[in-house]
Write a protein that binds this ligand. Structure first.
Ligand code: NDP
Length: 290
């Protein structure tokens, strides 16, 4: 297993996230070389002991392990494509957010270039890196993950999802999908109570513990979905789950109904198909498109 003192690490990309990841490595005592298109962003890191590379090629040549945290898939190719020869025989960990297909494409490019490759999906904002609650999802080379786990754990809890380099990005985007729909639900609720003089802050104080408690239902839904039988006893039925009252109250408050109407449509597609007595988890079938 690798220790702090026997590996040279290079970080390409020193935006808000890349500079935070690099700072954690410098703090932990890794010999860290950094590069950014706009070099001034390296100043703090250099002041704390990082070495600034003049070019991305210099950074790659300085590191056995190369970490890439750029804006997107296109910027990763912009930076790495000219460096395939320099990267050969090295290890690449790409924590740039991209689609699963894009991550698989970069992994295939890396394999062609003779580069060990791991995809990462960062489930944290920079202020969370290295603190409780920071989780980073990985897939791709198991050997790369196992060898560098102590380094990866500096950033957050590291979970490996298997050899498919697209799986970590898929998990990443699936978790973000859940988050954004939940955020929209919170904001819909805040908009409902606003005309009654309730501030968003007052609503947030009620909504946060309520929604946190409701996440306790995920495993019950999952058991039904994985079991493939939406008729099992003890579930709230789709008929009972009709959101008509919420839609009416939203209209009465003078706000858009589209957030709640989206869920109502998922419910009604199943009710209209004759599944009204089945449990709420059956909206999974609407989402899957069946
Ligand atoms: P920033 O916008 O702060 O930084 C983007 C970085 O990409 C900069 O270093 C920028 O260089 C570089 N860049 C963009 N285009 C090019 C290019 N064509 N050639 C060379 N360099 C380029 O983004 P973040 O650091 O916040 O995010 C980096 C990655 O981390 C993204 O994929 C993001 O989705 C992911 N991430 C970020 C989170 C966050 O909360 N910030 C959370 C989870 C994931 P320059 O400085 O010269 O512009």
């Amino acid at each position: 297993m690798t220790t702090n003192h026997d590996i040279q690490v290079s970080v390409l990309g020193l935006g808000a996230m890349g500079s935070t990841l690099a700072a954690a490595l410098v703090r932990a005592g890794y010999a860290t070389t950094v590069w950014n298109r706009s070099a001034h962003k390296a100043s703090d890191l250099v002041a704390h002991g990082a070495t600034l590379a003049g070019t991305a090629g210099d950074a790659v040549r300085a590191g056995q392990l190369v970490i890439v945290c750029l804006l997107d898939h296109a910027s990763v190719h912009d930076v790495l494509d000219p460096l395939a020869d320099e990267l050969a025989g090295r290890t690449l960990i790409n924590v740039t957010t991209m689609s699963p297909a894009q991550a698989r494409e970069v992994a295939a490019w890396a394999a062609d270039a003779g580069v060990g490759y791991l995809s990462g999906g960062i489930m944290a904002v920079p202020a969370m890196i290295g603190r409780p609650g920071s989780a980073i999802l990985y897939s791709g080379s198991a050997a790369v993950f196992d060898q560098h786990k102590p380094l990866l754990e500096l950033w957050g809890t590291s979970t490996y999802f298997g050899a498919d380099p697209g799986l970590a990005p898929l998990y990443d985007l699936a978790l973000l999908a859940g988050m954004y729909v939940m955020f929209a639900g919170f904001m819909h609720g805040a908009a409902m109570v606003a005309p009654a003089g309730v501030t968003a802050g007052e609503f947030a104080a009620m909504a946060a513990p309520w929604l946190a408690a409701m996440t306790g239902g995920f495993q019950g839904f999952a058991t039904v979905i994985d079991g493939g039988d939406y008729t099992v006893d003890g579930q709230q039925s789709l008929e009972f789950s009709d959101l008509g009252d919420i839609l009416t109250a939203s209209s009465d408050q003078g706000i858009s109904t589209e957030v709640v109407a989206m869920v109502q449509r998922l419910i009604h597609r199943q009710v209209d198909a004759g599944h009204g007595k089945d449990g709420f988890a059956r909206i999974m079938e609407s989402i899957k498109g069946s």
